[in-house]
Design a protein around this ligand. Structure first.
Ligand code: C5P
Length: 233
């Protein structure tokens, strides 16, 4: 994938208010071109904030993890497409992915499937009524996403090598759980450095706390972009 290193870093704006998100975007300036907005900010005015970010020339990843009957997913995706967002997540169920892909046609929006949430292990899946463990279910859903021509998948960097074998070169792999060497793990269980994640086949890296909670967020973002650049060589 031929992307500028800076455009491969997506900063997670996991912040409680639009004012705090605006302040962070201001501090990061030209160092960051791509932002992720999840539940916390989306439900606190972040959806309108999406439009301001896009008007300011930034790309936006709406991490809303949609899942509903096909018609409802389709209508939601049509509305999201109109915001000008670049990425939207849906749970990687065949009906949901198909509805989302049909609904976004003709827009620049890309649909990312979430295979199995990383907080689930095999026993959580069995408790939730599934017959497959994590690895088998991730593989099955990745193959379904590929067959439905979904634009990409969210996965841990550890999963990227295997998933790339299943989905081929066409799908974007977007990986959270990134930690520069020496930084705190926080609650992430499976972490990888930016350089290793890129070498494992990740197209985009989602980074939250190592940047937004850093003493100097801009310097932290610059260091990660430099590491992405380095990893490409
Ligand atoms: O602060 P941190 O870098 O851990 O943030 C990672 C971001 O990626 C958070 O917004 C989190 O919700 C998201 N994410 C994740 N693991 C997944 C899917 C999304 O950490 N499997």
């Amino acid at each position: 994938m031929n992307l500028d290193a800076r455009d491969r870093l997506i900063v997670a704006l996991d912040l409680p208010t639009v004012a705090s998100a605006e302040a962070m975007v201001e501090r990061l300036g030209d160092s960051v071109s791509f932002y992720k907005i999840g539940y916390q900010l989306a439900f606190a005015g972040g959806l309108s904030f999406t439009s301001s970010l896009i008007a300011a020339g930034k790309q936006v990843f709406l991490d809303l993890k949609l899942h509903d009957i096909g018609n409802t997913v389709a209508k939601g995706v049509e509305s999201v497409a109109q915001t000008g967002a670049t990425f939207l997540t849906v749970h990687a169920y065949p009906q949901t992915m198909k509805a989302a892909m049909d609904a976004k046609r003709g827009s620049k929006l890309k649909i990312l499937g979430v295979t199995v949430l990383t907080s689930y292990d095999d026993s959580d899946l069995f408790t939730a009524g599934y017959k497959l463990g994590v690895s088998a279910l991730v593989g099955q859903r990745a193959a379904q996403a590929r067959d439905l021509k979904v634009d990409g998948l969210v996965c841990s960097a550890e999963e990227a090598v295997n998933l790339r074998k299943i989905v081929g070169p066409g799908l974007s792999l977007v990986t959270p759980g990134i930690r520069p060497a020496g930084s705190a793990k926080d609650d992430q269980k499976r972490i990888m450095t930016p350089e290793k994640a890129i070498q494992s086949g990740a197209d985009y890296l989602v980074v939250g706390r190592p940047i937004v909670e850093a003493a100097d967020p801009k310097a932290s973002a610059d260091a990660i972009v430099a590491e992405i650049q380095q990893a490409k060589k």
